[in-house]
Design a protein. Sequence first.
Length: 291
Amino acid sequence: MPSLADHQSNSFTKLLLLGDAKSGKTSALWSLVKAGYKLRILDMDNLLDSLKEKLLKECKDKLGNVEYRTLRDKYKFLADGSVVVDGQPKAFMDAMKMLDNWKYGDTDLGKPKEWGPDCILVVDSLSRLCDAAYDFNAAMTKAGKSGEVDGRAIYGAAQDAVESVLANLTGDNFETNVIVICHGVYMTLPDGQKIFPQGVGQKLSPKIPQYFPVYVRFKNFAGTRTIQITSDPTIDLALPKIEAFKDKTLPVETGLATIFDTLRGKSTPAIAEVKPASVVTKAPVSAIRRR
């Protein structure tokens, strides 16, 4: 009979990270690199510049521990001012291939579900992955007898596809740490307004946190960027071993490493005391390893 002592959460962390745009979500990943983790980023946003700059300042010697693949569909303007996908949407299916086997060009890192406890798969961001899922299903959905495409069918198929991705990434057979970065959206409920991850339409959003045992929020509190780890009336968060954290918030600079190391049973005083370097070296985003 299985014992909770052997539960997969002892080895792997599955974390949902919510925050407003430009709240420091991506650059905060640097503390995990500093702590020794290898990051493999499924980059749907094409906004890794801040992370690159932070790594160059704080731990340039660990740049090679970050591998990424940027996937974005191309768009074009039409004469009527609208914007459409240029050609067949590919970003979503390419992302699915990467999540099954991280292989492209001359890079082959094998199956993400077998990377182990020293690696972290980062989806940055879920918002753009949802957009890619919608575009893909819009192109695949055929018009009905009336000659029109049923928009509800597109949303439904895209929602199911994204939910299946989350179920797989957080399943016990996906033996790798996972961070999914998302943006928030306010929804009005009977008990007031609540913040949920932005999904494909409103039906998916409340389901997303259900898949993650760790759910935190990046928040600007009184002009200071912090990581909120306890719930409030607008959002229900989750963090195991909450009693191990002295405060209700963590610093953005080192908070993610503190969370991972606390859940893994490690100590992080050295990380918490890191001071910014005085010299900033300029380099292209490609300085983060991309083979």
